[in-house]
Design a protein around this ligand. Structure first.
Ligand code: CTP
Length: 417
């Protein structure tokens, strides 16, 4: 199991039930939750259901002598990597902003030396009230991360900002605060065991003659990281890659290719696959004719000003996602854009008929660099925007999300074995 854990303080609000889903989502990503439920929180979720889901004793009372004997509030607030308040009510935030400490939750918040994340959920007017906004500002000034609530219809019948963000988005925020690389590595169960994942990575090379080619700057780093993370999650991985300077990750079946047409052929030969992740920077065009002999500048039969005629390369992602038979269950494309990143990614998802697009902004130093800043787009729209992070962490996070998608099936497969 990953050694990362959070202390989750569940406040009293109608959204408290979503914290149960959060505990499960985090558990799937290898993050343990130890929980405190406030008095108000207990009106919405029971300590019993919380401890059943978290697999740990649930704490409720500051003056419970047993708890004080084996785990005092000081220790409780420090033997964790991150304190998360979810839902964070107006009352809890007001207490924390003013340093009040009259119950277990507020005492823990005052005593902790760990980073704190607050996930507000409340009525739209309570959220918009000057007192709440003042408290949010104070908390942020004190170094607390306060997520913005979602906007929409509320349980109380009103409309506006104040809804608890989706558990997946909260889990993403928690992961990034914990450092995403902790996730996945050390999962007890291999969530993708029995699954076949096909990945394309790197550039393609389109020959002009025996020594020259058209290509691009793709380093293969992101694709190789995803292939490695999928293998760690238990999948059988086939990595079809253009020429890069990286060694293939351990445990993957490696198929080196050069041209786009070879890449397509290798992918089709590797089917069936459950998951297809198309990370390769495939050259859109190739020289219509590759000269059999090296092209010469002047001497002999050389043309001093040759013109290049180009033909369109096959679109590997679109070809695989349009397959009638043997279409992988989950097809994920990448969209490298320099402007209007998300809008173009949504259009690309539709055009190429894939299930998800990982949209990355390549206007900066992404190509060839170690970092990436991406948004995950599904058929429903933008699911989450991930902060700038290491390509290894992007891979871990994407694979954790893939694992969550397949988890039910994977769990039943494990049970059947
Ligand atoms: N892709 C592919 N085969 C191609 C071109 C692209 O499989 N011949 C895949 C890439 O691996 C990536 C996605 O399609 O997953 C998007 O590629 P990108 O080059 O960003 O988009 P294009 O289709 O080339 O569109 P545009 O150039 O208009 O951005």
């Amino acid at each position: 199991m990953s050694d990362k854990s959070i202390l989750l303080i569940i406040g009293g609000g109608i959204a408290a039930y979503k914290s149960l889903e959060l505990i499960r989502t985090l558990a799937k990503r290898g993050i343990k939750s130890r929980c405190v439920v406030t008095k108000g929180g207990q009106e919405f979720v029971t300590p019993l259901s919380v401890s059943a889901l978290s697999g740990e004793k649930c704490f409720t009372d500051l003056f419970d002598l047993d708890d004080e004997a084996d785990m005092g509030h000081i220790q409780l607030s420090r033997s964790t990597d991150l304190v998360v308040v979810c839902p964070a009510t107006a009352d809890l935030m007001a207490k924390a902003a003013n340093g009040l400490a009259n119950d277990l939750a507020s005492t823990t918040l005052l005593a902790t030396d760990k980073p704190v994340l607050m996930v507000p959920a409340m009525n739209v007017r309570m959220w918009g009230h000057a007192a709440t906004q003042r408290n949010v500002e104070t908390l942020r000034g004190d170094g607390v991360t306060v997520m913005e609530p979602d906007e929409g219809a509320m349980a109380c019948g009103e409309f506006g900002p104040g809804r608890l963000p989706e558990p997946l988005a909260i889990a993403d925020q928690i992961e990034s605060m914990l450092g995403g690389s902790a996730i996945l590595y050390g999962l007890e169960r291999k969530p993708l065991a029995g699954r076949h994942a096909l990945i394309t990575a790197g550039p393609t090379r389109e020959p002009l003659d025996p020594v020259r080619f058209l290509s691009n700057h793709s380093s293969g780093k992101q694709g190789y990281a995803i292939a490695g993370a999928l293998a760690k999650a238990g999948a059988k991985v086939t990595l079809v890659s253009g020429p890069v300077s990286l060694a293939p990750p351990e445990g993957v079946e490696f198929v080196p290719i050069e041209t786009a047409r070879q890449m397509l052929e290798a992918c089709e030969a590797a089917l069936p696959a459950d998951i297809f992740v198309s990370v390769a920077a495939v050259a859109d065009w190739r020289p219509s004719r590759a000269a059999a002999k090296k092209m010469k500048l002047k001497e002999g039969d050389g043309d001093p000003h040759p013109t290049l005629e180009l033909s369109e390369n096959p679109d590997i992602l679109a070809t695989l996602s349009r397959k009638k038979k043997m279409r992988p269950e989950l097809v994920i494309g990448f969209a490298a854009e320099t402007h209007e990143v998300e809008a173009l990614a949504i259009a690309k998802l539709k055009r190429k008929r894939c299930d998800w697009i990982v949209a990355n902004d390549v206007s900066g130093d992404v190509m060839g660099g170690a970092y990436n800043e991406v948004a995950l787009v599904t058929r429903k729209g933008i699911e989450s925007r991930w902060p700038r992070m290491d390509k290894i962490e992007v891979a871990a996070r994407l694979v954790a999300r893939i694992a969550a998608e397949f988890d039910g099936d994977a769990a039943s497969q494990v049970a059947a074995e």
